[in-house]
Design a protein around this ligand. Structure first.
Ligand SMILES: [Zn+2]
Length: 321
């Protein structure tokens, strides 16, 4: 029998002012003088399929039918996986939901999930406003600018292995000293509310989107820490499902017969009888199903959203705790 050949996607690196040149242990460090990288996009449409010279978008248009993926997802890979490397604070921001995005010609909304791969002591992230703070207080702080809005946010100190759900409409921020695997809807709709008064190399501030951002922001949503799982499902929502796979020895882990993407994040992984999967790259097992993943370390498995999961962890409806 032919060896099972996964499709491996080459990451695309996005420079950001809050990024770093030291991407170890996930990727080789960048040379001095290179723009710091903030994000590695593992499943962007323009990512290349390793060894094929073809984009993921072109590959997915052709191959999604083999997985019986619904026609409406065929044009676009169903989720975006990224690694984030913040070495400075990201802007305080919010993403629209599907209905706002559709109404304003912006495509899709952006619900996301963060899994902590590395956490330096004291590193922190923010989700939602502190109790008692409302959107009008946020609006006043954002208009004052210079990072004033940070005082209204509920900050958390995550631990490695923690996972946070961040539905559209959640006011959020990430601090330095984290390495995060993010899974999100395939959308780049970000409304920046406060950028701490920073300017770029040419002395210009990054654009803020106060009007739209304050329109979609909720004071409090269902955002928060998800139950921990060393090896098993982390979340199912209408936009993606994510599991963490952990093996101490060369365990064989059966993969679902449905379409999924595997991202090794620690240790060594391969398909049974197949080639080794590169660290921090998205790999897609072959479409015949019945594959087994063999390795030791940690890998993240991501699949398309589950429409029926809408009621368990809602994608975008705000829930006041
Ligand atoms: Zn975000």
């Amino acid at each position: 029998m032919a060896k099972p050949q996964p499709v491996v996607i080459e990451p695309w690196f996005s420079p950001r002012i809050w990024g770093t040149r030291d991407l170890r242990p996930f990727y080789p460090p960048l040379p001095d003088g290179a723009d710091p990288v903030g994000e590695a996009w593992l499943t962007a449409p323009y990512c290349r399929v390793a060894g094929a010279g073809e984009t993921l978008e072109a590959w997915w248009r052709r191959e999604s039918a083999a997985w019986n993926e619904p026609a409406d997802s065929r044009a676009e890979f169903p989720f975006l996986i990224k690694l984030l490397f913040p070495k400075d604070f990201l802007s305080i921001q919010v993403h629209p939901d599907d209905s706002y995005a559709a109404l304003h010609g912006l495509g899709r909304g952006k619900t996301e999930m963060w899994h902590m791969l590395a956490v330096e002591p004291g590193a922190k992230l923010a989700l939602n406003l502190v109790p008692g703070a409302e959107i009008q207080h946020l609006a006043a702080a954002c208009r004052a600018g210079g990072g004033a809005a940070a005082q209204l946010l509920a900050w958390h100190e995550p631990a490695p292995g923690d996972t946070y759900f961040v539905p559209a409409g959640t006011v959020h921020a990430l601090g330095p000293g984290l390495v995060i695997l993010e899974v999100q809807q395939p959308s780049d709709n970000t409304f920046r509310l406060d950028d701490y008064g920073r300017v770029d190399a040419s002395g210009r501030p990054r654009e803020l989107h106060l009007e739209a951002g304050l329109e979609v922001a909720h004071a409090r949503t269902a955002a928060g820490l998800l139950p921990r799982s060393t090896s098993g499902p982390l979340i199912q929502c209408p936009y993606f499902q994510v599991s963490r796979l952990e093996a101490k020895t060369e365990d064989a882990i059966p993969l679902p017969a449905a379409f999924c993407t595997i991202v090794p994040v620690a240790g060594q992984w391969r398909l049974k009888n197949g080639p080794r999967l590169p660290l921090a790259h998205a790999a897609i097992p072959p479409a015949q199903g019945g594959q087994e993943l063999v390795g030791q370390g940690v890998a993240i498995q991501v699949g398309p959203g589950v429409p029926d999961a809408a009621r368990s962890r809602t994608g975008s409806s705000p829930v006041a705790p």
